[in-house]
Design a protein around this ligand. Structure first.
Ligand SMILES: *Cc1c(COP(=O)(O)O)cnc(C)c1O
Length: 364
């Protein structure tokens, strides 16, 4: 027995035991009051893919008493096939999965960052990044995007960080970063470069080729958006074999549950037509939504995703008032570059009509 057990330390308060750095972490708490039309989190407003739904209903549940496959081999195989094309050859050794891409991001930080290492990330972007950095004992520094929402490469390089996070297309702005900027960061930073492509299916463009060609780059994808499976928590990263093997070590063997594993595979093998069709519909409805917002005298930011960011005055009040009318959107007060703004997820056109009607009622 060790003589340094907790009871031997005369601890007077649990506060002495908690990590200092955790005191500034608050729990994720977006307004999740149920709303008739929920356009707040960019998940798939068309629902779970139909064949996957049927296969889940018909599924034999016996395997649930045992552990899922170690390291989700089946998902890796299917992802490798899904991503392989004339230009990119992805093998199972290039893929690592996780409990949502959140978990993959966290595993990447843990795999490469040791206490005190620096993570640099764009601002504004995915708010979980500085939190995951803190959770892993890493220092994090935000670098503002340029006025055209591209990476400020010189400012990123000046930070000399161990890990660089990039989100393209970027959440919450909906904008892509340029290939030239990504290539410069990859070549000149000497860092692990993680490119979050949660919305790649909508954007068309991907940096997968850069991840396969450079050992220090991984892209991160998810089943939570275009594939309609956010509740089942499945994500993955793709990159060079060494980086992927290191992330696999930090990830642990059973991060994807047995149902999520099956659903992810079915969505890629039985529902790709549906996924592609709904992506196309989201893109068409997004462009139509942008036109309607312009017609209201607003200036939405051009988007390559399934959501639209539009500056409005008093976004917190707009959110509260729209919610009373049954429509949930995400407000941002005083966001760098953009200012006061709301983000609206794109779904079937009848949902967009309800959102536009509520927005018009609130801002006149
Ligand atoms: C939605 C989103 C994710 C997805 O997270 P999951 O954990 O896979 O649900 C990751 N990154 C960004 C930027 C997102 O917007």
């Amino acid at each position: 027995m060790s003589d340094t057990t907790v009871t031997n330390r005369n601890v007077t308060s649990i506060d002495e035991l908690v990590r200092d750095s955790y005191k500034k972490i608050s729990l994720y708490s977006p307004n999740r009051t149920p709303a008739e039309v929920d356009l707040s989190d960019n998940t798939n407003c068309w629902g779970v893919p139909p064949n996957t739904t049927r296969l889940i209903r018909e599924m034999d549940l016996t395997p649930f008493t045992r552990y899922p496959n170690i390291y989700s081999k089946g998902v890796k195989e299917t992802v490798a096939e899904y991503l392989t094309d004339a230009d990119n050859k992805v093998g199972i050794e290039n893929v690592v999965t996780g409990c949502g891409s959140d978990d993959v991001l966290d595993s990447i930080f843990r795999a490469f960052g040791v206490a005190g290492d620096k993570v640099v990330y764009p601002v504004p972007s995915f708010p979980m990044i500085p939190l995951f950095a803190t959770m892993n004992g890493l220092e994090s520094v935000g670098v503002q995007l340029t006025d055209s929402f591209d990476l400020d490469v010189d400012a990123i390089l000046a930070e000399k960080a161990k890990i660089v996070y990039i989100c393209s297309p970027n959440n919450p702005t909906g904008t892509p970063v340029s290939r030239a900027a990504v290539e410069r960061v990859v070549k000149e930073s000497g860092a692990i470069v993680m490119i979050d492509e949660a919305y790649a299916e909508y954007a068309g463009e991907s940096f997968l080729d850069i991840a396969l060609a450079n050992e220090n780059v991984v892209i991160i994808r998810t089943f939570s958006k275009a594939f309609g499976l956010a509740g089942l928590r499945i994500g993955y990263a793709v990159g060079g074999t060494t980086a992927v093997a290191e992330i696999e070590k930090s990830r642990g063997p059973y991060k994807v549950n047995a149902l999520g594993e099956r659903a992810a595979i079915w969505s890629m093998t039985e529902d790709m037509d549906w996924v592609n069709e709904k992506v196309a519909e989201a893109i068409a409805n997004r462009d139509r939504l942008i036109e309607e917002l312009r017609g209201m005298g607003l200036s939405p930011i051009p988007s390559v995703t399934n959501f639209v960011m539009v500056p409005v005055a008093k976004p917190m009040e707009v959110e509260a008032e729209m919610r009373k009318l049954g429509v949930a959107i995400r407000p941002f007060a005083n966001l760098p570059i953009v200012g006061d703004t709301i983000r609206i997820s794109v779904g079937p056109w009848d949902m967009m009509e309800k959102a536009l009607k509520a927005l018009k009622a609130v801002i006149g």
